[in-house]
Design a protein around this ligand. Structure first.
Ligand SMILES: [Ca+2]
Ligand SMILES: [Ca+2]
Ligand SMILES: [Ca+2]
Length: 286
């Protein structure tokens, strides 16, 4: 389980956006909560606090859906399983203490992706099929809100999967669709990554290289391209309005806009930090 997201975030009209500079929860930190306890109905009239109050010091419980609770016996945790066990996290009744009392859940990435940790999206607008459907997700949010639990989702915007249709299109070469959504070089640049790693990877289809700060399976989107910025805002709007989430845990914050120089937001106004503020501004409450 990882921390409390309610401090240091950017407060927004419909949501709060948590900046997680430098952390990379993707692929690590599995929540392993399992309960054999059946979900009990809410019987008391003690009201749950409003969902939006999570920003004022609520404890968030991080959940890796894949390992949380399997509702259909296929060996993979899923959204229906999580929905069944919400009372274990918070039953919505302030007079009981049989639950953890968390007023916020933070779900590691739940969008369709290539790998088990789902940090490498192949479709930002569809829930990971292993976990269920978009309708299953909407039911989860509705049931969480009924108990006063806010729902945050991990948002991984720095990169996509090398299997994402956007990248597969761009591999076609100059003139290909979405070519400018990624960074290319005809010979391997000498540039190394923030921890000295190789960041320019050989294209599987042409004699050229593409940039990916984490590994070759996760090509970085190029946030110097206006269409990429538009798409990132569209993704956020989808999860806030269509899927009714209350906020995001933002992944790989310092690495978003690829420019030389410092990465840390509070040392200097980096290009990444400027972009995140722009991204969050339409959703600020005040
Ligand atoms: Ca399952
Ligand atoms: Ca309770
Ligand atoms: Ca980047």
């Amino acid at each position: 389980m990882r921390g409390v997201l309610a401090t240091g975030g950017v407060v927004a009209a419909l949501t709060a956006v948590s900046f997680a500079c430098g952390s990379f929860a993707c692929g690590g930190g599995r929540s392993a909560l399992r309960s054999s306890r059946s979900s009990a109905p809410i019987t008391s009239t003690a009201a749950a606090p409003p969902v939006r109050d999570w920003r004022r010091g609520a404890t968030c419980y991080e959940i890796f859906v894949r390992s949380f609770f399997d509702s259909d016996g296929d060996g993979i945790g899923d959204l229906r399983g999580l929905t069944q066990k919400l009372d274990y996290i918070n039953d919505g009744d302030a007079s009981t203490n049989r639950d953890l009392g968390a007023r916020c859940i933070w779900l590691m990435p739940v969008n369709e992706a290539s790998s088990y940790h789902d940090c490498d999206a192949t479709d930002y607008y569809r829930v990971e099929q292993d976990y269920g459907t978009n309708d299953d997700f909407k039911r989860l949010v509705a049931e969480a809100h009924r108990r006063g639990i806010a729902v945050l989702v991990d948002m991984v915007l720095n990169h996509v999967s090398s299997e994402h249709p956007w990248f597969r299109e761009a591999l076609g070469g100059p003139g290909a669709a979405r070519r400018s959504w990624f960074r290319w070089a005809t010979s391997r640049p000498a540039e190394r990554g923030p921890w000295g790693q190789e960041v320019w990877h050989k294209s599987p289809s042409r004699d050229e290289y593409y940039y990916g700060v984490f590994w070759h399976g996760m090509p970085d989107l190029d946030y110097h391209t206006p269409a990429v910025r538009v798409e990132a805002k569209k993704i956020a709007a989808f999860w806030l309005t269509e899927m009714s989430v209350d906020g995001f845990r933002l992944d790989a914050v310092p690495y978003l806009v690829d420019e030389p120089g410092p990465l840390i937001c509070d040392a200097i106004e980096t290009a990444s930090c400027s972009w995140w503020r722009t991204w969050a501004r339409p959703r600020r409450r005040r």
